[in-house]
Design a protein around this ligand. Structure first.
Ligand SMILES: Cc1ncc(COP(=O)(O)O)c(C=O)c1O
Length: 438
């Protein structure tokens, strides 16, 4: 095996290239091929993709069926404006998505967007439009959690509890209530489950109350996202938030951009708690990264309330080629039983990660389906950050997703391999990770 090196002479970096890179200090390798759970660079070096890039890949890299579905659609109808036409791809993708959801979403409607953040923006505006249509112009606040992440556009960032991402843009962000997330490994309230009786859920109650009628919706990540290391909170949390929103007559929005499409062993992570939201937001695994894309699923009563005029839209909403990719990705997820596969691989994934428990640098780790998080020990990690661990893993041919801890939530490493990953590849993730930590 060619040993990959982050600082290879083959790399490209700012300012030598014309590219405005995501990281202006990093030397970038050139990816030339991606198949299954593997990514290859121009010099033949290979990485096992344990995080699907940005926790994105559901059906595996390079699936020929998806490439062909996209190509057929490009040749038939490349683009039409969603305000002028529908397409068979859009109709069938929406129907297939609704079919993948629990019965509570029967007759729900699907709004396809160019990405996850745009889907969150769409959901926020839909909640506002719903309040207006119901004769509540005072309702405009969206209550969400810290830590939490919903995207980097200004509306989505305003409801994201990630202080390091917000800080430079604070004057541009709408003032939205952020309450303590159910982040048990480092409880923001300093409590312990179950003695805490899920006190963080009462924070949502209080936030709705102190918004004095101005709350339009509560927005949650049913399984916490990258900012909390993909941690699955106690089911009582989501159930309690559902009761609060129902009693207050505000909408519940479930952001399942990361946790949806089978990642946690159910199509939606909120199914673990038996809760259905009024609006569900999807992304990432929905297109499996073949194209940028996201979706909002809204229950029929929400859509009926805002009809006929939901004043919103993007040039690239309801895009026919994105729709064709979604339709095919959902077919693969269904026909290959990938949701059940994520559930059945959970134990194997846990076994592969178990040796990490003996590493002094690791404070804690958790698994739900094919989503896992590792929290670095604040003292015992020898001053190494999650980014440095990710760099060590990179040197060992392993891609992992580091999340920095400037918000005081600690350094985290997140894993989300493709739902198609093989058992022996899960073992390989464990071995390479252990070597990086050791
Ligand atoms: C839970 C959650 N919501 C929304 C987003 C934003 O999605 P995108 O990066 O596609 O805009 C992300 C991205 O990481 C996410 O994890």
């Amino acid at each position: 095996m060619t040993v990959p090196s982050e600082n290879s002479a083959a790399g490209r970096k700012f300012p030598e290239s014309a590219v405005f890179y995501r990281d202006l200090e990093r030397t970038y390798r050139t990816a030339t091929r991606a198949r299954g759970a593997w990514v290859e660079a121009s010099d033949g070096a290979r990485w096992l993709d344990a995080c699907g890039g940005a926790l994105t890949i559901s059906v595996g890299h390079g699936r020929r069926e998806v490439v062909e579905a996209a190509t057929r659609q490009l040749a038939a109808v490349d683009y039409v404006h969603g305000a002028q036409f529908t397409t068979a791809a859009m109709e069938e993708a929406a129907a297939r998505l609704v079919d993948s959801l629990p019965p509570a979403y029967r007759n729900a409607k699907v709004y396809l967007t160019p990405g996850g953040a745009e889907a969150v923006e769409t959901a926020i505006k839909l909640a506002r439009a719903h309040a207006l249509a119901g004769g509540h112009p005072e309702r405009h606040r969206i209550i969400s959690q810290r830590p939490g992440y919903h995207g980097n556009t200004l509306g989505a960032l305003a409801v994201s509890g990630r202080d390091s991402l917000r800080a430079p843009y604070l004057p541009l962000l709408a003032d939205m209530p952020l309450v303590a997330a159910p982040w048990c490994p480092r409880c923001p309230l300093g409590l312990r489950y179950p003695e805490c009786e899920v006190a963080c859920a009462s924070e949502v109650d209080r936030a709705v109350e102190s918004a004095e009628g101005s709350a339009a919706a509560v927005l949650v990540e049913p399984v916490l996202g990258a900012s909390a290391g993909g941690f699955a909170p106690p089911d009582d949390y989501l159930r309690s938030v559902r009761r609060t929103t129902a009693e207050a007559g505000v909408l519940l929005i479930a952001d399942e951009v990361l946790s949806g499409c089978g990642r946690t062993g159910r199509f939606l992570a909120s199914e673990h708690a038996g809760v259905d939201a009024d609006i569900v937001v999807l992304g990432k695994g929905l297109t499996s990264g073949f194209l940028p894309g996201g979706a909002v699923v809204a229950k029929p009563d929400v859509v009926e309330a805002v009809a006929p005029d939901f004043r919103h839209g993007f040039t690239f909403s309801h895009h026919p080629v994105v729709a064709a990719v979604v339709r095919e990705v959902l077919r693969v997820i269904r026909d290959e039983g990938l949701v059940a596969r994520a559930a059945s691989l959970e134990d194997g994934f846990r076994t592969a990660l178990e040796p990490l428990g003996g590493e002094p640098a690791v404070e804690g780790w958790w698994v739900r389906g094919l989503l896992a998080g590792i929290a670095l020990h604040p003292e015992n990690a020898g001053g190494r950050s999650a980014r440095q661990f990710a760099a060590s893993a990179w040197e060992r041919g392993l891609l992992v997703y580091p999340v920095g801890g400037p918000e005081g939530h600690g350094d985290l490493v997140v894993l989300a391999p493709p739902l198609t990953i093989h058992r022996d590849e899960l073992g390989e993730i464990g071995r390479r990770l252990l070597s990086a930590f050791a």
